[in-house]
Design a protein. Structure first.
Length: 469
């Protein structure tokens, strides 16, 4: 029996899918205006473990992940700049180029971390029509109102607004203390915003849009007319999950910060539009912290997977580091812990390599493993138990490789994969040049430099071969 913690009910529940042997899974994807940081990636690793555990239990998983490439503003209160347009200005490129570049970088991160790709990727900008239709439906049903900057969802029209975050009991009165602007209630949120336009030139020039990404929609315009605008952040997930998974579907996931705003608003829109639940299980991964604070792109304390690689930490060592802590617990980042994870993973791979290959019945090990992973994805205990089984008991390589379908740690690594830090690579490049120029003194000096960084270089027929000391 697989049990999962459901944020909606605040308890562990047995997983009962809508359709036998199938699980519909929607995971909120990245906003592609910058590299993902390793905090973001913690959330995607947690979701990958969930997906692998579902598959290990025999479910076919229909996994949909969106790419947010429009409408996510710098403030969750529907104000500030569109993150995509901001990214475009920062890099002197178009918002479309920015989206494409960081989408590819994100997909590479997933590959490096052995995160299984979703069955369906969907971009917000490819689903504008679906989003307009959903806003129209909400308008027809009386859930929206218009302000001078867009169409807003009136959260007081929905009896159970905020149920995911228990907002009813906590802070619905917050409106008394915040500046609402034209919003009627503090939690109301934008479904569609008009494009801001430049002033009309006195000589009659047409006003120009201040945005690169905008579309015509029937909102805020006269009968039969359109006005340029763009979707609010939340509406894309409601529109695309309904399109690809139907409503309701089984499991919806994201980081813990999505509970009070993004997921709360997705639920409001979807349930108001279709009078049925959006998803049956809501699961959220806790944050990665740096010095006890949240790692965030806006905090300037963020580390990417590339930075880890430059320092000689492999992405899978980072994955191992994450698997040692339960997804619902906060986790503090430290370089020392990452180094230790890298060593532990290497040792685990070596242990697996040295185990006997022979097949034998060890269903007892599998039962124990299943018990842990099916208890709300208790991977830390599963891992600890694997170490114990290796040390004290007669577990086979075959069984461990079977467990790796869940862990995704490349346990059958035939050869050790070394990540070469950039600093070492630069010296290697210089040494290659010195050797091409037959400057043997310089070549030897550079070998010593490399040694100081705990690597050893060997000259083979195939070229320089690097080993970790
Ligand atoms: P974004 O690209 O900003 O939309 O965020 C992508 C995902 O990363 C979301 O599911 C966030 O909830 C999650 N996230 C953001 N910061 C962190 C963090 N420090 N630790 C774990 N997950 C995070
Ligand atoms: Zn979402």
């Amino acid at each position: 029996m697989l049990t999962l913690y459901n944020t909606l009910t605040r308890k562990k529940e047995e997983f009962n899918p809508l359709q036998a042997h199938t699980a519909g899974l929607y995971t909120c994807g990245p906003t592609v205006y910058n590299y993902a940081h390793i905090g973001n990636l913690r959330t995607y690793v947690f979701e990958d473990i969930l997906k692998r555990v579902l598959q290990y239990n025999g479910y076919t998983v229909n996994h949909v992940m969106n790419i947010t490439d429009v409408g996510h503003l710098t403030s969750d209160a529907d104000e500030g700049e569109d993150k995509m347009e901001k990214g475009a200005k920062r890099e002197g490129k178009t918002a479309w180029e920015i989206a494409e570049f960081y989408t590819q970088a994100f997909k590479q991160n997933l590959k490096d971390l052995h995160i299984l790709e979703p069955n369906i990727w969907c971009k917000a900008t490819d689903h504008i029509e679906e989003q307009i239709n959903l806003v129209q439906k909400l308008t027809d049903k009386g859930f929206t109102y218009e302000t001078s900057d867009g169409i807003y969802f009136d959260t007081t029209k929905l009896a159970d607004y905020g149920k995911l975050a228990n907002l009813q009991n906590q802070e619905l009165k917050a409106g008394a203390r915040v500046d609402l602007g034209e919003k009627r209630n503090a939690h109301d949120f934008a479904l569609w915003k008009w494009s801001e336009r430049s002033e009309r030139h006195p000589e009659g020039d047409q006003p120009k849009s201040k945005r690169q990404m905008e579309w015509p929609a029937p909102f805020g315009a006269g009968q039969g007319q359109t006005r340029m605008g763009f979707p609010g952040w939340h509406i894309e997930c409601s529109a695309m999950s309904a399109k690809y998974l139907g409503q309701p579907f089984d499991i919806h996931c994201g980081g813990i910060d999505h509970v009070p705003v993004h997921h709360t608003n997705e639920i409001a829109q979807s349930e108001a539009a279709y009078d049925k639940p959006l998803a049956n299980y809501w699961m959220h991964g806790e944050f990665l912290l740096v010095n006890e604070g949240k790692m965030a792109k806006s905090e300037n304390n963020f580390i990417t997977l590339e930075t880890l690689k430059e320092k000689g930490i492999s992405p899978l060592a980072y994955r191992y580091f994450l698997l040692q802590t339960h997804y619902r617990k906060q986790l503090n980042f430290s370089w020392e812990a990452l180094e230790a994870s890298q060593t532990a993973l290497k040792k685990l791979q070596q242990q697996v390599e040295s185990l006997p290959d022979h097949k034998k019945q060890d269903s007892w090990f599998k039962d124990k493993f299943n018990e842990w992973i099916n208890d709300d994805l208790n991977i830390p205990n599963a891992l600890a138990w694997i170490w114990q089984a290796i040390k004290e008991k007669d577990i086979t390589k075959e069984t461990l490789l079977d467990f790796d379908k869940v862990l995704g740690l490349n346990l059958d690594a035939k050869e050790e994969t070394i990540v070469i830090p950039t600093e070492v690579q630069n010296i290697l490049d210089a040494r290659l040049k010195a050797r091409t120029e037959k400057n043997w003194t310089e070549s030897d000096r550079l070998r010593d430099e490399i040694k100081k960084l705990n690597f050893d270089v060997e000259d083979t027929k195939e070229g320089q071969k690097i080993n970790k000391l």
